[in-house]
Write a protein that binds this ligand. Structure first.
Ligand code: IPD
Length: 277
């Protein structure tokens, strides 16, 4: 019987191969017009590519690992259960940054993580247009296009580059808090960036290019891969109130250091999204 490590080696190989194929599919559609449908709001979209990529990933992984479970953004939108158990579970965002994809703004990615006993073991974030591949395995470090990466050495918010998003909800209360937080952050740090992909934001913290990323309103599939990649690159991933990250809470804060996360958390106004708003 294969050991757990051998199994994880195989999982990593299989998922790496299929992510490249899925990336080719996204890249081949990227500059063309898309068939777009609305989901929960008029800025929350799904395209046929999101659905095809998710199906390709799930079908391939199921054929190799029939007992594995899945939490996929598009299947969940169509009513599948979003339930994390101790079983090996792949958490998948087939196209994170769908709005960017719809506009052909080249900042979208596949985000996929394997959790076993609710612990992340494997994570991949891949922007197939700019060929940016971020990978991590628990205890083995984080990599960008095959080279090891590390978070920045920033510990002081006044020196930090912060990534944050408005999200896909038009809810007035959430927008008020988000805009107020953007004002406070912009006054406190070097600069703010909002590029439209929660997963790539986290990957850029892992890379050391950005120092903090936070958002209220994300989902498990937006952050499951980024969580492992940031931690393996030496950063911290927490709830914005500084408690442990809860993938189902729709809240995330990651930073290159705990000092930065603490300073950031004290600055912002907290918001607790509904499970689906
Ligand atoms: C969205 C993006 C966006 C973030 C939203 C996410 P999607 O994911 O990551 O940056 O602000 O909260 O839902 O819908 O493009 O997969």
């Amino acid at each position: 019987m294969a050991t757990e490590t051998e199994n994880l080696d195989k999982c990593f190989q299989v998922v790496s191969d299929i992510v490249q194929k899925a990336g080719d599919l996204i890249a081949s559609r990227f500059w063309k017009s898309k068939n777009v449908k609305q989901k929960l709001s008029d800025i929350d979209f799904v395209t046929e590519t999101d659905q095809e990529v998710e199906k390709l990933l799930i079908d391939t992984l199921t054929a190799e690992f029939p007992h594995h479970r899945f939490i996929g953004e598009e299947a969940t939108s169509e009513g599948a259960k979003c339930e994390l158990t101790d079983s090996p579970t792949w958490i998948i965002d087939p196209v994170d940054g769908t709005l960017n994809f719809v506009h052909s703004f080249p900042h979208s990615c596949i985000s996929i993580a394997l959790l076993v006993n609710k612990q992340a073991e494997i994570a991949i974030i891949f922007n197939p247009v700019l060929k940016q591949l971020f990978t991590a395995r628990r205890g083995k470090g984080a990599f960008y296009n095959g080279d090891p990466i590390h978070v920045s050495d920033k510990k002081d918010l006044s020196q930090a580059l912060v990534m944050a998003e408005f999200g896909t909800s038009r809810d007035d209360k959430k927008l008020d808090i988000t805009l107020d937080n953007f004002r406070k952050i912009t006054q406190a740090c070097h600069g703010t960036r909002s590029l439209g992909s929660a997963a790539l934001n986290m990957a850029h913290v892992a890379l050391g290019g950005a120092d903090v990323n936070f958002e209220f309103g994300i989902h498990a599939w937006d952050v499951a891969a980024g969580d492992l990649i940031v931690r393996e690159a030496g950063g911290v991933v927490l709830d914005p109130s500084l408690g442990p990250l809860d993938l189902m809470s729709r809240r995330v804060l990651c930073a290159s250091s705990l000092e930065l996360a603490i300073e950031f958390s004290k600055l912002i106004t907290q918001y607790y999204p509904e499970p689906r708003d």
